[in-house]
Structures are given as C-alpha cells and as structure tokens.
Design a protein. Structure first.
Length: 669
C-alpha cells in the first residue's frame, strides 16, 4: 500500500491505496498551520489499517508558511564586495504601477547582517580576483557575534564556477559548525544576481523549519513502522525527505503541485490531453494548464513579493476559496477574498465559533450545500448561522442574504476565470477546446460557472475529487532537474559544446539519482534551452527537438525558437541573431500509481428534491448522492451531486453523465 497526506490551508487530506488502485481508506481533518505534523498525526490516527512497511508520500505548505509568516532564523548573507544592497535595490518594476505608497519587498535578511567579501569572477568563471579568506573569516565572526543562526552565500557569477562559494562554506563550518549554509551555486546555478540571491536567501531562511518538520515527520513514521517519507517538489516530482530537507526551497509549492499531478493522472485515464485544472480549497484556488498531457512548467514565481527562481509547475493562485471572506470595500462594492478565515474557526456554517461571512456560507445560504450534508465526513452544516453571517453584508448593500450569496458565487467564479486566463490566454493558448478538471472541496461547486466565464464547454469531476491532491502524491513520479547558464550566440555554438553542457547536467542528475537509490541508467532525460533574440531581456524555454541530437545539427534549434516565439507573442524575427542562455535537463522515472480510484456505486439511484436560489428566486432542484450513480447515468441541470468531500453543481443549460471511470462529465448544452 501507499499512503498520501496533503496539508492544505484549511484541511489535511489522507488517501491510502494499494498497488492495484483500490482505495483502502480516506480521511479529512482540519489543518494545524502552527505545526502541520499535528494534522498529519490526527489523520493517521483515524486509520485502523496496519501501516508497517507503507511509504508516506507527503505534500505540505510548511515552507511557504514560514516565508509568509516570517518565522525563521536570523540570517547572515555573504556577497561579493560592492553588492551589499542587492536585495534592497531589487528591480525597478512594480506590482502596482500607480500606487503612490508603493514600497519594495522587505528582504528576509537585515542589511546589518549582510557582509561583503573581496573576490570576483567573470561570466565565464575566470577568476578576476581571488577569494580573500581572511576577510571571509572576519565577516563570519562578525555575523556570528551579531546572532546569525544560518548563512546564505551568493557571490557574483558563481553559477559559472562555485569554487569560491564552496570555500566560504568550509570556512563557515570551521567557525560556526552548527549553522546551516545555502550556496547559490547549489540552489540555482543560473544568472541574474538579484533573483539568484533572493532564492538562496529563501532557501536558507526555510531550511531549519523544513528540516525540523521533516525530522519530526520521519520520527513519527519510524515509530509507526512506515517505510520512509517522500516529499512532493514544486515541479511535480517526488524525492526522499532527506533530499527535500537539503533543498527546501524546491518544496515551496508542494501542495498545489500534488493536485496537478493527480489531475494529470485522471486526465490520462480519461483520454484527455488538453485541460485546465481548478483546485478550489478552503483558502485559495490554484489553476494550471496541461497541454498534451504535460503540465506547463515555469522557472520564476514570487512568494511574499520576493522572486523565487526554480523549476516549478506553472500554477496561478487567487484568494478565492471556500473560506474567503465576504465584505464591502471602501467604495461600497461587494468584495470576495483574498483574506480567509482559515481552518480555525472556519466559516460560520461549520458551527465552530466563526461568524465572518465566507464563500462557503454563501453557498450554504443559496441551498447548494444542505444542512443534512456531512461536510468532510465530520461537519454538520448550520444553515441558520451561514445566513446570519451574510445578512449584515446584504443589508449594507440593500440586498437579501439569498441574492447576495448568488452574487458572491459569481464574483468568486470570475476571480477563478481570471486566473485561468493568466495561465492560458496570456501564454498564447486558446482554452475553448480544453476540458476543465475540477477538484478540491469547492472546485466542482463552481466549475460550470467558471467554464461559462472562459468559454469552455466540458467539465470533468474525478472520483473523490475532494481528496485528489492527496491521490496526486501517490500518482507522482520521481523527477529531478538541473540547469546551468551559458550565454552565447547560437551561430557560434558547436554541436560538441551543446552535447558537453547537456552531458554534464545529465551526469549530475544521474549522480543525484544514485544517491537517492534510483536506477540512474533507467532515467528518461528531457532537454530544453532558455533562448532569446540578442538584446532581449527575457527568455523562452524551448524543448530541444530530438533531431538536434540525431542529426548533430544545432541549427535546428533556431527554427524551434522562432516557432516558440511566434506561438507565444504572435511574431518572430527570422533575421535577428538568437542566443542560448540556460541549459535545462529533466530526469524522470515512473514511480507513481498508474491506476485511478473509482467509486463503488450502490445500485439504486438515491435522489431527492430541495430548493436552491437561482437568478434571485427559489427553484426546485434535484439532489443526487454520487455513490448511487451508476456508470452511464445522465441528468440535466439544475442538479446537485453530493458526496462526503465535495459537492458538484450542474446549473441549467448543462448536462451530467457518469463515465466508465465513475468521473462526472458536465457538458454545456
């Protein structure tokens, strides 16, 4: 068997499956953001199964929370002489162009804890000035005296040669042997000093928190007889916990990546290759574009406005979850999110002491979630408390709780549609022919409305949709990536140069795989290169066509780049010189489950009729119990499909069918 546990902002989900894809057990408990391991233990304690020898596959937001809450060690940062204020200067661009009170992001390391060390490399790694080791020792002693508990080292052009940084680490180990050290040449061997330094500082900041958390998790696992712990990485691959602790920044988007991995597995089983994922939980909604069965990758994001440069699934997040707060802004307009009530006390309808109106309270007030429906298998919904929570906002706007709740539903759906456009239309992709795959506790409830907003006509709701992120941990494969910057005009790159760069990265990945107990020779290697027109400030990541290696012809890369530029921006300059910037190699090996869970139907369709609010008026609606719907069952909207971990709404104009995998297929008529 395999055990998957994913910690979200509101709920922590557990799935236990065997190798044949049979679902053995599930659990859903409230998350404990102060210490996610408590929720993990609580979920495991609900199981009666013997977990001896069972591997734990885990996804968590512990690294992200550490950054957002600024809970970490006092950092010391060592940089090349002349670059002390690199993090403070940042970039000239703004998140909000016309904000007169705009301030740049506050770094995780105080300026007083930054020290310069004399040394210098050029972009090719040639030593222009040797490392002054005495100056390094003096700087480390000063930082230790100032209270430094962890160190980040980011020296100029160290992506070309990390020897100076490695020597600095040795000196830190002599003077502060217990202090963890993050090197930029290890974290991200790519150019752009600001982004590389920011990423390295984040890695150093979350390292003690992540290491401590994973250590407790492994200790708990050993006591229970579990066969080790593996962690989901931001790029969608699984690695053992000890490796994740050594590169904690790579697990920043662990939880959302797990959901995408599960969605990709469901899509493969359903024969769908082009889709958009919609993962709506209690705190936020994550969306991702999957093309040709492969999730889109990106190499830069921001956490608390600080740039993070690493390989990750291209996920857009909006503050529109079930717990998103409903309010009236300073201009008298209805506002939904981005703030959330979180897991404690949660929405008012949970009857756990909360009274702040949320999206879930609005859905309950509309009648889409019924009081008799046990949410997450443990909560009985309090409709009176939900209606009372939204009544104040409704009166402020001169509306009724029911009409306001319908407006909240539409605004939340519009916000999610905006996130979909961010990862699709703004990337040059038309999603009208794509399928929207909805999951999470609230995703299927809003999916059809979001599809209407984005002109998609098909929605897929997988079995146990509320637990799909936990299943994604079981479906994910082993995956590692390596990259190195080498800027050159493509016309001057010989095939031997390209092959040498790719060969070095391939051997690096094979070495890592051996350290992790993988069969290094069985890995599949995929190669891509960041490329640009000479003079451009940004690059496009272009997969290297197999013909480049088969024909030993570098010139084929130029056409691949022009095609990619045309697809992304709508134009290409065939006469302009093209440059290679960063080489990337991805190593993968199949490790995840290939079977998807199905719902065991009970036979006779279980159906009832209740009242919901549609277009400002009450209307009769069919309510169906999902476990009673056989394969091939069809129905027209309006209809609501209930199950323990989520609710699916089929609005008027849409139809429902249960496919052979017991997924719900919603189609716009």
């Amino acid at each position: 068997m395999r055990l998957g546990i994913e910690c979200g902002g509101t709920f922590t989900d557990l799935v236990l499956m065997d190798e044949a894809g049979a679902l053995k057990a599930t659990a859903k408990v409230f998350s404990t953001p102060d210490d996610p391991s408590r929720a993990v233990r609580a979920a495991i304690e609900q199981l009666s199964d013997d977990l001896t020898g069972v591997p734990l596959l885990h996804g968590s937001t512990v690294a992200t929370n550490a950054v957002l809450e600024r809970k970490g060690p006092r950092l010391g940062l060592l940089v090349t002489a002349g670059f002390r204020d690199l993090l403070l200067l940042a970039r000239h661009d703004r998140d909000h162009t016309f904000d007169l009170r705009y301030t740049k992001p506050t770094p995780l390391v105080d300026r007083s804890m930054v020290r310069e060390v004399p040394e210098r490399l050029d972009p090719r790694g040639t030593v222009l000035r040797p490392l002054d080791e005495d100056a390094v020792r003096a700087a480390v002693r000063e930082l230790v005296a100032a209270g430094a508990e962890a160190f980040a080292v980011s020296l100029l052009h160290s992506y070309a040669d990390g020897a100076h940084e490695r020597r600095v680490r040795e000196i830190v180990a002599e003077l502060a042997p217990d202090a963890p050290v993050s090197l930029s040449s290890d974290v991200i061997a790519e150019f752009r000093e600001y982004e590389r330094t920011s990423t390295t500082v984040v890695d150093a900041f979350v390292r003690p928190t992540v290491s401590g958390y994973l250590g407790r998790l492994e200790d708990d696992g050993e006591r229970r007889g579990l066969a080790g712990v593996s962690i989901m990485q931001s790029h969608g691959g699984m690695v053992p916990a000890r490796f994740a602790a050594a590169r904690p920044v790579q697990a920043l988007l662990s939880g959302p990546a797990a959901g995408v991995a599960g969605a990709a597995a469901i899509a493969r089983a359903a024969g769908v290759s082009d889709l958009v994922t919609l993962d709506m939980g209690g705190t936020s909604t994550d969306v991702c574009l999957i093309t040709g069965g492969t999730p889109r990758q990106t190499y830069e994001t921001k956490i608390d406005r600080m740039p993070i440069r690493m390989s990750m699934i291209d996920i857009a997040t909006v503050g529109a979850g079930g717990g998103s707060i409903v309010s009236v802004d300073s201009g008298g307009m209805l506002r939904v999110g981005p703030s959330s009530v979180g897991a404690d006390p949660g929405p008012a309808c949970y009857a756990r002491g909360g009274s702040t109106p949320t999206v879930t309270d609005a859905d309950v007030t509309r009648g889409l979630i019924r009081p008799g429906h046990s949410l997450a298998g443990q909560l009985t919904i309090d409709r009176a408390a939900a209606r009372e929570s939204v009544r104040g906002v409704a009166e402020t706007l001169g509306s009724t709780p029911e009409r306001l709740s319908e407006d909240v539903y539409k605004i939340a759906s519009v916000a999610m549609a905006g996130a979909i456009r961010l990862v699709s239309v703004e990337r040059g992709v038309d999603v009208r022919g794509h399928t929207l795959l909805a999951f999470g506790g609230a995703g299927p409830l809003h999916a059809a409305q979001v599809a209407d907003e984005t002109n998609m006509s098909r929605v897929l709701v997988p079995p146990n949709a509320g637990l799909l992120s936990a299943y994604g941990l079981l479906a994910a494969d082993f995956r590692r990536q390596a990259a190195v910057t080498d800027i050159a005009d493509l016309a001057g790159v010989a095939y031997g140069d390209l092959a040498a760069r790719v060969g070095d990265l391939t051997e690096q990945l094979r070495g890592e795989a051996r350290d992790l107990g993988e069969d290094a020779e069985a890995l599949t290697m995929d190669v891509a290169i960041d490329m640009r027109y000479r003079g451009q400030g940004f690059e496009l990541t272009v997969p290297v066509p197999p013909e480049v290696f088969a024909n030993r012809d570098v010139a084929l890369l130029e056409k691949a780049f022009h095609d990619a530029h045309q697809a992304r921006y709508g134009h290409a300059d065939l006469a302009r010189p093209v440059q290679t910037v960063t080489y990337r190699v991805t190593a993968t090996a199949p490790r995840g489950l290939r079977e998807v869970p199905v719902i065991a139907t009970s036979g006779e369709v279980r159906e009832s009729t209740d009242v919901i609010v549609l277009d400002g008026a009450e209307q009769a609606c069919r309510f169906l119990w999902r476990a009673s719907l056989p394969v091939g069952y069809e129905a027209d909207g309006p209809a609501v499909v209930e199950e323990p971990t989520t609710t699916t709404f089929v609005p008027p104009g849409w139809s429902l069918r249960v496919d052979e995998h017991t997924s719900l297929v919603l189609t716009r008529r």
